[in-house]
Design a protein around this ligand. Structure first.
Ligand code: FE2
Length: 177
Protein backbone atom coordinates (compact mmCIF):
# COMPACT_ATOMS: atom_id res chain seq x y z
CA UNK A 1 0.00 0.00 0.00
CA UNK A 2 1.23 3.45 -0.82
CA UNK A 3 2.23 5.11 2.46
CA UNK A 4 1.69 8.53 0.90
CA UNK A 5 -2.03 7.99 0.44
CA UNK A 6 -4.29 10.74 1.65
CA UNK A 7 -6.06 8.29 3.92
CA UNK A 8 -2.91 7.52 5.86
CA UNK A 9 -1.90 11.13 6.06
CA UNK A 10 -5.35 12.28 7.16
CA UNK A 11 -5.84 9.51 9.68
CA UNK A 12 -8.96 9.33 11.78
CA UNK A 13 -10.50 12.74 12.44
CA UNK A 14 -11.72 11.51 15.83
CA UNK A 15 -8.13 10.97 16.93
CA UNK A 16 -7.17 14.56 16.22
CA UNK A 17 -9.87 16.51 18.04
CA UNK A 18 -7.95 19.75 17.67
CA UNK A 19 -8.81 19.62 13.96
CA UNK A 20 -12.52 19.31 14.58
CA UNK A 21 -14.85 22.28 14.61
CA UNK A 22 -15.86 23.23 18.14
CA UNK A 23 -19.56 22.62 18.67
CA UNK A 24 -21.50 25.79 18.08
CA UNK A 25 -23.61 27.18 20.87
CA UNK A 26 -26.26 28.25 18.36
CA UNK A 27 -27.36 26.63 15.14
CA UNK A 28 -26.35 28.43 11.97
CA UNK A 29 -27.32 26.11 9.14
CA UNK A 30 -30.59 24.56 8.05
CA UNK A 31 -29.32 21.17 9.15
CA UNK A 32 -28.39 22.54 12.58
CA UNK A 33 -31.79 24.19 13.01
CA UNK A 34 -33.47 20.93 12.06
CA UNK A 35 -31.18 19.17 14.53
CA UNK A 36 -32.07 21.62 17.29
CA UNK A 37 -35.75 20.95 16.62
CA UNK A 38 -35.20 17.19 16.73
CA UNK A 39 -33.30 17.40 19.99
CA UNK A 40 -36.06 19.53 21.55
CA UNK A 41 -38.69 17.13 20.19
CA UNK A 42 -36.89 14.23 21.84
CA UNK A 43 -36.67 15.97 25.23
CA UNK A 44 -40.25 16.40 26.37
CA UNK A 45 -39.14 17.96 29.66
CA UNK A 46 -38.20 21.05 27.64
CA UNK A 47 -41.72 21.76 26.47
CA UNK A 48 -44.39 19.39 27.75
CA UNK A 49 -45.26 21.51 30.79
CA UNK A 50 -45.69 24.55 28.53
CA UNK A 51 -48.36 23.02 26.33
CA UNK A 52 -51.69 24.71 26.83
CA UNK A 53 -54.74 23.99 24.75
CA UNK A 54 -56.86 27.06 24.21
CA UNK A 55 -60.17 26.72 22.42
CA UNK A 56 -60.17 30.39 21.44
CA UNK A 57 -56.86 30.60 19.62
CA UNK A 58 -53.77 28.58 19.09
CA UNK A 59 -51.50 28.82 22.09
CA UNK A 60 -48.06 30.25 21.43
CA UNK A 61 -45.11 30.10 23.72
CA UNK A 62 -41.70 31.41 22.76
CA UNK A 63 -39.48 28.63 23.92
CA UNK A 64 -36.16 30.28 23.30
CA UNK A 65 -34.37 32.86 21.24
CA UNK A 66 -30.87 33.01 19.90
CA UNK A 67 -28.90 35.28 17.63
CA UNK A 68 -31.25 35.84 14.72
CA UNK A 69 -33.67 33.04 15.47
CA UNK A 70 -36.71 32.20 17.59
CA UNK A 71 -38.20 28.91 18.69
CA UNK A 72 -41.95 28.79 19.27
CA UNK A 73 -44.13 26.11 20.76
CA UNK A 74 -47.68 25.95 19.44
CA UNK A 75 -50.61 24.00 20.82
CA UNK A 76 -53.58 23.20 18.59
CA UNK A 77 -56.98 21.88 19.60
CA UNK A 78 -58.88 19.94 16.94
CA UNK A 79 -60.12 22.25 14.22
CA UNK A 80 -57.66 25.07 14.85
CA UNK A 81 -55.71 26.27 11.84
CA UNK A 82 -53.28 28.96 10.85
CA UNK A 83 -55.02 30.17 7.73
CA UNK A 84 -52.96 30.48 4.57
CA UNK A 85 -49.85 32.53 5.24
CA UNK A 86 -46.21 32.99 4.44
CA UNK A 87 -43.41 33.94 6.82
CA UNK A 88 -42.13 37.23 5.49
CA UNK A 89 -38.39 37.01 5.01
CA UNK A 90 -37.97 34.18 7.49
CA UNK A 91 -36.93 30.64 6.78
CA UNK A 92 -38.28 28.04 9.13
CA UNK A 93 -38.39 24.53 10.43
CA UNK A 94 -41.76 23.09 11.48
CA UNK A 95 -41.65 19.96 13.61
CA UNK A 96 -44.70 18.12 14.90
CA UNK A 97 -44.20 17.07 18.52
CA UNK A 98 -47.55 15.47 19.29
CA UNK A 99 -50.66 14.64 17.32
CA UNK A 100 -51.11 15.18 13.61
CA UNK A 101 -51.23 18.42 11.65
CA UNK A 102 -52.34 18.77 8.06
CA UNK A 103 -50.35 21.08 5.83
CA UNK A 104 -51.92 22.41 2.66
CA UNK A 105 -49.77 24.02 -0.03
CA UNK A 106 -50.23 24.71 -3.71
CA UNK A 107 -48.66 21.32 -4.34
CA UNK A 108 -51.10 19.34 -2.27
CA UNK A 109 -52.01 18.22 1.21
CA UNK A 110 -49.91 16.18 3.58
CA UNK A 111 -50.46 14.83 7.04
CA UNK A 112 -47.61 15.57 9.42
CA UNK A 113 -47.46 13.12 12.28
CA UNK A 114 -45.31 13.43 15.39
CA UNK A 115 -41.67 13.64 14.35
CA UNK A 116 -42.41 15.00 10.89
CA UNK A 117 -40.38 18.03 9.87
CA UNK A 118 -40.89 20.62 7.16
CA UNK A 119 -38.13 23.04 6.24
CA UNK A 120 -39.13 26.11 4.30
CA UNK A 121 -37.49 29.11 2.69
CA UNK A 122 -38.67 32.73 2.62
CA UNK A 123 -41.80 33.07 0.53
CA UNK A 124 -43.09 29.57 1.34
CA UNK A 125 -46.85 29.62 1.62
CA UNK A 126 -48.96 27.13 3.49
CA UNK A 127 -52.02 26.57 5.61
CA UNK A 128 -51.65 24.33 8.64
CA UNK A 129 -54.64 22.91 10.47
CA UNK A 130 -55.32 20.32 13.10
CA UNK A 131 -57.82 18.20 11.20
CA UNK A 132 -57.54 15.37 13.68
CA UNK A 133 -59.69 14.58 16.68
CA UNK A 134 -56.78 14.84 19.10
CA UNK A 135 -54.87 17.98 20.12
CA UNK A 136 -51.51 18.61 18.50
CA UNK A 137 -48.28 20.32 19.50
CA UNK A 138 -45.69 21.72 17.13
CA UNK A 139 -42.33 23.44 17.30
CA UNK A 140 -41.46 26.28 14.95
CA UNK A 141 -38.02 27.74 14.42
CA UNK A 142 -37.85 30.96 12.42
CA UNK A 143 -34.67 32.47 11.09
CA UNK A 144 -34.62 35.40 11.26
CA UNK A 145 -37.22 35.65 14.00
CA UNK A 146 -40.72 36.04 12.69
CA UNK A 147 -41.52 39.71 12.36
CA UNK A 148 -44.52 39.28 10.10
CA UNK A 149 -46.83 36.51 9.01
CA UNK A 150 -48.75 37.90 6.04
CA UNK A 151 -52.12 36.26 5.67
CA UNK A 152 -53.04 35.39 2.12
CA UNK A 153 -56.39 34.73 0.50
CA UNK A 154 -56.95 31.02 0.30
CA UNK A 155 -58.86 29.17 -2.38
CA UNK A 156 -62.52 29.97 -1.94
CA UNK A 157 -62.02 32.48 0.82
CA UNK A 158 -63.76 35.80 0.49
CA UNK A 159 -61.06 37.89 2.11
CA UNK A 160 -57.82 37.29 3.89
CA UNK A 161 -58.26 36.07 7.39
CA UNK A 162 -56.64 38.20 9.99
CA UNK A 163 -53.80 36.58 11.83
CA UNK A 164 -54.70 35.39 15.29
CA UNK A 165 -53.42 37.60 18.09
CA UNK A 166 -49.94 36.47 18.98
CA UNK A 167 -50.38 35.55 22.59
CA UNK A 168 -47.32 34.98 24.59
CA UNK A 169 -47.56 32.62 27.45
CA UNK A 170 -48.42 33.74 30.90
CA UNK A 171 -45.97 32.70 33.57
CA UNK A 172 -46.52 29.05 34.20
CA UNK A 173 -47.75 28.51 37.74
CA UNK A 174 -48.63 24.90 37.44
CA UNK A 175 -46.34 22.51 39.21
CA UNK A 176 -43.79 21.06 36.88
CA UNK A 177 -44.58 17.43 36.31
FE1 FE2 B 1 -46.22 28.72 8.82
Amino acid sequence: MNSDSDLQIAGDILEVPHLMQPPREHPATVAEFAGLARSLAADRSQWEHLVEYDAVSRWYHRLRTGPGYEVWLLSWVPGQGSGRHDHGRSSGVLTVLDGTLTERTERGTRALTAGAQRVFAPGYTHDVVNDALEPAVSLHIYYPGLTEMPMLPGPGSVRPRRPPPLRTARPVRRPVR
